[in-house]
Ligand binder design. Structure first.
Ligand code: GMT
Length: 374
């Protein structure tokens, strides 16, 4: 198939997932055309069957806000025609789904039929999408896409609860590529970060408010008082200064390392003893799945779709959003019981296998087929 993938190019979950999906489809001989306003972060090497098309937004003094959606729709029209695409797959509803439907209408007038598949990722539904100014357009885009997928059962339920939806929503969860994400022998990293065999606790995210990284620091502070440990923070974003301030206030700076944005996250995850994900809202929690694939148990909140990924008392522990005492209590108990910790490591890996990329790819391919040959 010739597939157009529209996504945000950033390190955020939807862009990462869309890029990994495109790369995996290309490896199965599909022709993939990425359409984005910048080279997607994980599209960093030359790969056969992959093309990248940048949206260029023409500037004009009249435009206080450049019309991104119009430029994107125009780009889609151009690529569908020139690359003879079979399907457009847009990731994150706003504004990709409505722009794709605009392109679909334009192309229809030219006698070209292009089906649109929309994947809902999370904040496009749970946060921004519900804003009064966006909601009618998001509802319309979902109902008029040829097929819609959501990354967890919880996100599907949230979409049906908060929007007036008439369209069937397929649940196709986030996936993991075990060729890349597996526990690697990185003892020298461990030695560098924890020279006295301290436990290594990791958090990765885009440092947005919704991730509640202050809770990561608060949980860590309690853990540190009982278990010698180090906290490794991977990523960057708007909350960075607040987090540094919290570290100073709680007097934990000497045990916290900020690594910034990292490409080879799997290498750092490989030295982890625990992963923390206390998010306020999380449709799936791809970061937790990546940790689990590297055999790292997860202590998380029970928000959104996280309980579909992190199984309480098996792959890690869940607590209510903001309940840092419970998160720390579970973490201390697990880190202090080597046998249990080892069992949780194995359980985490085993459960991660139910999200194997190769299995999830088949589900996306089947959705594409269903809209190309309805
Ligand atoms: O929160 C992020 O990391 C970015 C956000 C996005 O939409 O770009 O991620 C969402 O999509 C990911 C991939 O499907 C999910 O794993 C994340 O749980 C989800 N984030 C939220 O719902 C907050």
């Amino acid at each position: 198939m010739r597939i157009g993938i529209v996504c945000y190019p950033t390190f955020g979950g939807s862009g990462v997932l869309a890029t990994e999906l495109g790369k995996a489809l290309a490896a199965k001989n599909h022709e993939i055309h990425f359409i984005s306003y910048n080279q997607p972060a994980r599209l960093d090497t030359f790969t056969e069957n992959i093309y990248y098309h940048e949206i260029v937004i023409a500037k004009y003094p009249l435009f206080e806000y450049a019309p991104y959606e119009t430029a994107l729709a125009g780009k889609m029209v151009d690529i569908v025609k020139s690359a003879k695409l079979d399907v457009l797959h847009v990731h994150y509803a706003i504004p990709h789904a409505s722009a794709a439907l605009m392109a679909q209408s334009v192309l229809k007038e030219m006698g070209i039929n292009i089906p649109v598949v929309t994947t809902l990722h999370g904040t496009d539904i749970t946060l921004v999408g519900r804003e009064i100014t966006y909601e009618p357009v998001v509802s319309w885009s979902i109902n008029n896409s040829n097929a819609v997928t959501a990354v967890s059962l919880n996100l599907k339920e949230d979409t049906l609860k908060h929007f007036n939806i008439t369209k069937h929503i397929h649940v196709i969860p986030n996936f993991i590529d075990f060729n890349r994400f597996n526990k690697k022998p990185k003892e020298h990293f461990k030695q560098m970060i924890a020279p006295h065999q301290e436990k290594i606790i990791i958090h990765t995210s885009n440092f947005r408010k919704v991730k509640r990284i202050e809770d990561v620091i608060r949980t860590f502070q309690i853990i540190q008082q009982s278990v010698p440990s180090k906290l490794v923070l991977i990523g960057d974003g708007p909350e960075r200064s607040n987090i540094e301030k919290t570290c100073r206030e709680l007097n934990v700076c000497q045990w916290v390392t900020f690594l910034g944005k990292q490409e080879a996250i799997e290498e750092i995850l490989s030295i982890g003893d625990l992963f923390l994900l206390p998010s306020e809202s999380e449709s799936f929690g791809l970061a937790a799945l990546e940790a689990m694939a590297c055999e790292v148990p997860v202590i998380s909140s029970n928000a959104g779709g996280i309980p579909e990924v992190n199984i309480h008392g098996e792959t890690g522990y869940l607590a209510d959003v903001g309940d840092v005492e419970s998160m720390a209590k579970h973490a201390i108990a697990l880190l202090s019981d080597p046998e249990k910790h080892e069992a949780f490591r194995k359980n985490a890996l085993k459960h991660a296998h139910s999200f194997d990329l190769q299995e999830i790819l088949l589900q996306y391919e089947s959705v594409y087929q269903s809209v190309i040959n309805p």
